[in-house]
Design a protein around this ligand. Structure first.
Ligand code: SF4
Length: 354
């Protein structure tokens, strides 16, 4: 296996946008020697710098509609099939969503997603609320707008795009070979179809998974390969924060080093893509959170997650600055008009984005 890891070859391929093979990724999984791990972090960081400079994508979300979901996803406290303490409420109104987005903007968020529980959002009134909120958020802040609304048809995505929505988030959750062990109410192909519909519309696609649910390392690599095949633009990496009342409430599998290795492998499989560290960052990485950039990540979710609290935004902004990184301005808005004092968002990446 060791001969599969030629670091200079991996790096020169990554610089050209060519990712490692599944066999190489599995060889990396087996590395334990501190010097080998050092080479891994160096190579992943160099790949990230080559394609992303020192920019950090900062994502924020509104849990726009919570709980009472008819689907069965073992990690999720919003499923109506589990007894959990997740909040339950109907879709928030436009002014509430708009105010949340404005607050997120003032705390350094540059990409904002409206997230709703449920199999899919097909209710006309709800769709119109999301469309109106997207338009209002774009007018207020110029942030990149995104939504995560379950299994969406091309028709509904097209309407949201016309309202100003640029990105679609929909996680595959895990590898195809493990999906049925985690999700019993819809299929892997249902998930893939939503991503394909968004891609067909030319939207920015954001799709990743959750780690620490009982999947093997081979299945983590399988997910990375599936996402490469789908050619998604951005990959959110979540590390399970087990929720009381869910079937996975006792799952505690990941070490901080496992999380960093997952980030590095995804960076080397997907050298040109955005890699965003999302849920479970604090609880799984602890004091090693700042190492996510060394491991190859170029984005973080700021603020609270769906049903769990994140770190204080100021702590994350300080971490970004301490690591010599700067917040990437929203696409199409090189000079944001109302940056909060102290929130840095300047510089130029290799693509000339100011
Ligand atoms: S992950 Fe989404 S679809 Fe699955 S139970 Fe939770 S809210 Fe419902």
């Amino acid at each position: 296996m060791a001969d599969l890891i030629d670091w200079s070859d991996i790096l020169s391929n990554a610089e050209r946008g060519v990712g490692i093979s599944a066999e190489q990724a599995l060889a990396i999984v087996r590395l334990t020697d501190p010097q080998d791990l050092q080479r891994l972090w160096q190579t992943a960081e160099a790949s990230r710098r080559e394609h992303k400079g020192n920019f950090v994508n900062t994502c924020g979300i509104s849990n726009a509609k919570s709980g009472r979901c008819p689907e069965v996803c073992s990690f999720c406290s919003q499923s109506a099939h589990f007894e959990t303490d997740a909040p339950k409420y109907q879709l928030k109104d436009v002014e509430t969503l708009r105010a949340e987005a404005r607050d997120a903007w003032e705390h350094g968020v540059r990409e904002f997603s409206l997230v709703a529980s449920g199999r899919a959002m097909t209710n006309r009134k709800e769709l119109d609320t999301i469309k109106a909120a997207v338009t209002a958020i774009r007018e207020d802040t110029g942030m990149q707008t995104c939504a995560s609304l379950g299994l969406m048809s091309k028709q509904h995505l097209s309407e949201l795009k016309d309202a100003g929505m640029q990105a679609v988030h929909h996680n595959l959750e895990t590898a195809r070979s493990f999906h049925a062990s985690i999700v019993s109410s819809h299929s892997y192909d249902d998930e893939v179809d939503t991503i394909r519909a968004a891609r067909d519309l030319g939207m920015y696609t954001c799709s990743g998974g959750i780690f620490g649910m009982g999947e093997s390392w081979a299945q983590r690599v399988e997910l990375a390969m599936e996402l490469r095949e789908l050619d998604v633009d951005s990959v959110p990496l979540n590390f399970l924060n087990p929720r009381p009342g869910t079937p996975l409430e006792e799952s505690r599998e990941l070490t901080a080093e496992d999380c960093l290795k997952i980030i590095a492998i995804f960076r080397l499989v997907l050298p040109t893509k955005d890699l965003i560290v999302c849920g479970g960052r604090s609880v799984n990485l602890g004091e090693r959170q700042a190492d996510i950039f060394r491991a190859g990540a170029n984005g973080v979710m700021l603020g609270n997650y769906l049903t769990t609290a994140g770190r204080e935004a100021d702590d994350d902004l300080a971490m970004i600055e301490e690591q010599g990184m700067v917040i990437r301005p929203p696409p199409h808005m090189p000079h944001p008009p109302s940056l909060r004092p102290g929130v840095r968002s300047e510089g130029t990446d290799k693509n000339g984005v100011a």
